[in-house]
Design a protein around this ligand. Structure first.
Ligand SMILES: NC(=O)C1=CN([C@@H]2O[C@H](COP(=O)(O)OP(=O)(O)OC[C@H]3O[C@@H](n4cnc5c(N)ncnc54)[C@H](O)[C@@H]3O)[C@@H](O)[C@H]2O)[C@@H](O)CC1
Ligand SMILES: Nc1ncnc2c1ncn2[C@@H]1O[C@H](COP(=O)(O)OP(=O)(O)O)[C@@H](O)[C@H]1O
Length: 487
């Protein structure tokens, strides 16, 4: 499990050490870590001595880090050039650079093979417009975070220089794993500067391979089909029959004990043609241990009565439930309350558009300004919705945010934009359903952690599928199998 801290929490941890008079030591540790990564990048490309490294240097401590790093690099024979972005620079850092034989210039030299972005770190407020930098050849290494990225949210209000590598100090920051911030950061390396004991609880976590495999692992030697998880799927309609196939196929690709399909004949026939092992019928009776309801259900009376039947089945047996797509537009507050009272774990899986509609309809008390919040701070938006509706929320997008009503939050970034194609959400619903079915009765992990494990598998499978060129969502189940087979 990877953990991240908000920029605000990291600043608070720093403050404790600054107040204890350790400011310069912290900055030198950070700068040494930055210089080490820069040296590694230079060595990977050729000789170090004589090459030009430039740094865009801001007015605060982020600029100070960059100046100290340039000073260390100068001592390795690098032509170290500071390019100030404002009227002042960190005094001790500048003195160290000049003493080491570095120089100051007013523009990034064309000869620079590597550019350090040291303009803004955790002290940034609002947007920023980067200066012109020579195009092309230079590797960009961001100091702490790419300038202009909000360290708490990942929001980029103005411009940003996309980094190849970000060397971040003290702890991985939430802003480097969410949305535009994650995209701008490139590869992230964390330099330990001794903040650990002062950091407190993490802000968000990310499920990694071994955490996901603990949910989607192989069967135990004594498993039988009813102990490996039985997933009920209520998806598809005469109008959207394919959704039923996508949900069932992706769930089966994880190696469940059984998939039970409840839906109309046309969709059921397609499911059975693709997977004769599915047990199909019009209703919910059977041995399901979790349900997925919603993909391709439509919005008519029939869709509503199918949703009601699944909700009733879950309430009766205390089963976990994934509400996706059409179900998000049909479910009522009373349904969520009944599910909660029956002890059912519920995961809502909206994309941004569905989230806004859901909040407008079921949580008007938080709707004011919510669209702006969802854009600028998807973690806060998912958290607020989960807390208000009392259900786990998996918010889909370039970053997938999984938030629980108690604030526990996972952020997953494995997938790329190749996943932006019709039906991949249906596949994800099948994976979340599978995670809930196969771990039903396992009190070890929260619903939101299981949903995050499914998002890991979905994103990783998306990347795997993309290796074979552009793809449609029907290729996802095979990619899911491949990912699980390779681990
Ligand atoms: N305090 C310390 O000793 C340590 C700080 N660290 C570094 O210090 C950074 C934080 O330093 P600061 O608190 O000085 O903050 P920054 O250096 O991130 O930014 C503050 C400066 O930028 C200006 N500024 C803010 N927003 C701007 C905008 N939108 N456009 C243009 N200028 C803007 C401010 O007026 C101020 O001069 C961290 O990101 C990290 O790089 C590390 O060295 C670790 C130790
Ligand atoms: N730019 C992107 N980068 C990474 N993942 C993406 C991107 N766009 C969409 N996705 C993922 O693709 C899936 C799309 O789901 P959804 O919007 O429900 O589509 P559909 O309803 O067509 O199945 C989600 O898992 C989402 O996180």
């Amino acid at each position: 499990m990877q953990t991240c801290y908000s920029g605000t929490a990291v600043r608070a941890a720093e403050r404790t050490l600054l107040d204890a008079g350790q400011g310069e030591a912290l900055m030198r540790r950070a700068a040494w870590g930055l210089a080490t990564v820069v040296l590694r990048e230079l060595r990977a490309r050729g000789p170090v001595s004589g090459t030009t490294v430039a740094a865009l240097v801001g007015t605060g401590n982020n600029g100070g880090d960059a100046l100290w790093a340039l000073a260390f690099l100068r001592r390795r024979g690098v032509d170290a050039v500071a390019v100030p972005s404002g009227e002042r620079m960190h005094q001790a850092g500048l003195a160290a650079l000049l003493k080491a034989g570095g120089r100051v210039a007013h523009a990034v030299p064309d000869s620079a093979v590597l550019l350090i972005d040291g303009v803004l770190g955790t002290g940034a407020r609002g947007g920023w417009e980067p200066p012109r930098v020579p195009e092309g050849a230079a590797v960009v290494v961001a100091c702490d975070l790419p300038s202009g990225v909000d360290a708490d949210t990942g929001h980029v209000a103005g411009g940003v220089i996309p980094a190849d590598v970000t060397v971040t100090f003290g702890a991985l920051k939430t802003g480097l794993v969410v949305g535009a911030g994650a995209h701008a950061a490139g590869r992230v390396e964390v330099v330990d500067i001794g903040l650990g004991p002062h950091l407190g609880a993490p802000d968000v976590s990310s499920v990694e391979c071994e955490d996901a495999l603990a949910v989607f692992g192989p069967p135990a030697w004594d498993d039988h089909k009813y102990s490996r998880g039985v997933l009920g799927v209520c998806a598809g309609s005469d109008h959207y029959p394919g959704a039923a196939v996508l949900v069932c196929s992706s769930a089966l690709a994880t190696g469940l004990g059984m998939v039970q399909y409840a839906g109309p004949e046309r969709a059921a026939d397609l499911v059975l043609a693709a997977h004769p092992e599915v047990v199909a019928g019009p209703g919910t009776e059977g041995k399901a241990q979790a349900w997925v309801v919603g993909p391709g259900l439509g919005s008519d009376k029939d869709a509503l009565s199918r949703l009601n039947e699944v909700v009733a089945a879950c309430v009766d047996a205390g089963l976990p439930l994934v509400l996706d797509a059409s179900a998000l537009a049909l479910v009522e507050l009373e349904d969520l309350a009944r599910l909660r009272s029956a002890g059912c774990d519920v995961a809502l899986t909206p994309h941004q558009g569905e989230l806004l509609k859901l909040v407008d309809r079921l949580a008007p008390e938080i709707a004011d300004g919510f669209a702006d919040l969802a854009k600028a701070d998807p973690v806060a938006a998912a958290r607020r919705t989960a807390e208000t509706l009392g259900a786990a929320v998996l918010l889909k997008g370039s970053t997938t945010v999984c938030a629980a009503p108690d604030g526990q939050t996972f952020v997953q970034n494995e997938g790329g934009a190749e996943l932006a194609t019709a039906g991949t959400g249906d596949c994800l619903a099948g994976l979340v359903g599978s995670a809930l079915a196969r771990t039903s009765g396992d009190g070890q992990r929260s619903t939101v952690e299981k949903a995050a494990a499914a998002a890991w598998l979905h994103g990783t499978a998306g990347k795997r599928a993309a290796e074979g060129g552009p793809f449609g969502s029907s290729r996802m189940p095979v990619a899911v199998q491949t990912v699980l087979a390779e681990r």
